[in-house]
Write a protein that binds this ligand. Sequence first.
Ligand code: PEP
Ligand code: MN
Length: 337
Amino acid sequence: MLVVMRQGATPDEIAGVVRAIEARGFKAHPIPGAQRTAIGITGNRGAVDRPVFESMPGVLEVIPVTHAYKLVSREVKPEDSVVKVGGVAVGGGEFVIVAGPCAVESLDQMLTVARLVKAAGARLLRGGAFKPRTSPYSFQGLGEEGLRILASAREETGLPVVTEAIDAESVDLVERYADAIQIGARNMQNFSLLKRAGRAKKPVLLKRGLAATLEEFLMSAEYVLAEGNYDVILCERGVRTFSDFSRNTLDLAVVPAVKQISHLPILVDPSHGTGRRDKVVPMSRGAAAVGADGLIVEVHHDPDTALSDGPQSITPEAFGTLVSELRQITQVLGRTL
Ligand code: PEP
Ligand code: MN
């Protein structure tokens, strides 16, 4: 259910509705909009007593939310959400590029890549310290040491940092060191992890599961918002299909589909989405063209020696060329880069 306040409703009137919602044991989610504030109600098992709220001062109307996902839906918030990651606005007029290696390997490696991607136009830095690997014998990441390295790279370049948390323990650490918490594809439906991220004080970058439908994807985001963290950025990173020429099939059509239903920003990951270096650049151009809010792309200064995902990592030179192409594509669409 959604309580829509009148334009110009006072803070006291809004607080009164929030109190009335909470007094019934429900959770209130005030969502300020350009025109008016709406207050989402979650946590109710049965019907909400509409007339009670309709007659409260400052209330314009009470409307049922028809979709199973509520807080992520445009029904609840018609305007696009803008999520700030360490001062960088994702989902506004800018096409935001997150770049960096798959994994943090050493201070030297991270600083080298960070400086190069920054010079080429990246706005946020990526790099995994906790790596969810298919094989237990593959490089698992440097853990907290990796987070310290990321913090040094941020200090050196000024680029805010996005990095993955794979369990409750690593969320505590990532929340402390990073500017945004990435929840990976394999954990998209790890509901206890989503709830924990929903209580975090940092934005969440939520990647689509390997075989997740749009509804499942948005429901996972709903878990984070329902806990009170409204700063969620979605990320399309490819899904499993029968295609045998790429690691995954990058589902670019999900971008306009998400935009229709949800106010949350969405990035595209052409690296995991294809798994092949030669496909990263063309699919990145496509991502910009279909209206994504940005990219998260793997860049390594020496991809052939990378400890993780070398075959899909592009060089800093290729990244530089890509950014200049994207400047032209995004300009056509009225975005800055
Ligand atoms: C990653 O970003 O390095 C990663 C592991 O991504 P995904 O969860 O999409 O596989
Ligand atoms: Mn990777």
